[in-house]
Ligand binder design. Sequence first.
Ligand code: FRU
Length: 497
Amino acid sequence: MHDSKTTATPLAYDERFRPQLHFTPPTGWLNDPNGLVYYAGEYHLFYQHFPRDTVWGPMHWGHAVSTDLINWTHLPVALQPDDLGYIFSGSAVIDWHNTAGFGPQAMVVLFTHHDPHDSKQSQSLAYSIDRGRTWTKYAGNPVIDTPSNLRDFRDPKIFWYGDESAGGRWVMALATTSAILFYTSPDLITWQPGGSFGSGYGARSGVWETPDLFQLPVDDGPDTRWVLLAGVGDGAPAGGSGEQYFIGSFDGQTFTSENEKDTVLWFDYGADNYATQSWSDVPHGRRLVLSWMNNWQYGRAIPTTAWRGAMTMPRELRLVRTPSGVRLSQAPAPEFQAQRGQPYGRSNFTVPAGETLLLPPLGLVFELELAVDLPEAAAGTFGLRLRTGADQHTAIGCTPGARTLFIDRRRSGLSAFHDDFPALHSAPLAAQDGRIRLRLFVDRSSVELFANDGTVVLTDQIFPTGEEMQVELFAGDTPLTISRFDAYRLQSARFSK
Ligand code: FRU
């Protein structure tokens, strides 16, 4: 048995593009987060993994644990392909009332078996009764067989719905072509079909994948909404795959959106956020999520070495009331404040029109927070340039006239590995009380940008070739007034095996 507390050996994790705060596999390919569950003081992270190569292949479930969402210990691969096929995406719960009969507090995962010969997809189960260290696949797999008329039928996300003891049941959300199907079960083994959601709703430019469904309070008050997440395989705002969400209600059988059919809500406007999943069983009602920080469009070609694929920072979700309706608000888990070095802060200063202000060096991994006053007459594009060298930089900018916020990675470093990589990605953004607030997390090969209380988010990978660390502010055609600016170098997380 492999116990993280006694045998962990630190990994160097020091290659040029190796993320210092984002989860990556030691070697091999990674895509979707799977089986996110909190149990006995540990956050479990399973993930779509091909250990033998740095491209997608026969899918396994890689596994790691963390006590703080920052430092991770890799554990042995949890699930290997078998006679029923590859182990595609799925989720985990703790079976507190032993409904399945596997033993007290069993950790149970539901995943998709993908048969590589005929592409059939069915849902299967595995469980662990030793804190996720060893796994047994259920002898009666699959627990939901392939319906004859469906090709895409995958990515079960399960949760307990209803009363703790009586009248409650397990619910599964499952993705098919452009809809989410719901199933219910008393014991995680026998499943009955419930309702479905999708028909005509949201972005339908690609296959829907990796759903999630959960309830959250609005503005931390007594009013609540259900949030349905659905990955869209193609045609997202930055191109390729992206994550959309719906706000509405759930009655135990089906989800109903409270918005018009053609309302599309994007979880992230950058190119690199997909397959978002939330952790089950987190204490105090926190809704923590993780996404694959990559894109099916070019994900197989990104120029990393021993590994390929990273996760976003774990983010905490809230719902907020905005002028256009109830919306998600995201922030990196507050646990990351522990990584901050000496703060550098300034208040109320101005960068003259058309000029640039160089900031003190912040290293390769840092956090920036700034509040910009936005007068009615603000003109041109203002923002920040980071990882700036003679021939490269990544720009983060705001164009108030066009009401947009963007990340421009066209000159960010290595980008010729795929035609779709070099691009400018933008999101709609309006000032709030005459101000724009930005929060930015930069790692060795990524930028995560949270604007206006995290209601607008952009995540992009970048691959700067030099050691350029310069960060500068640039004003547009009118002076740039910064009411508050805070920056921190961030200490690397510890990854061990
Ligand atoms: C999403 C996805 C899932 C599937 C998995 C296969 O990125 O396509 O639908 O289960 O990846 O690796």
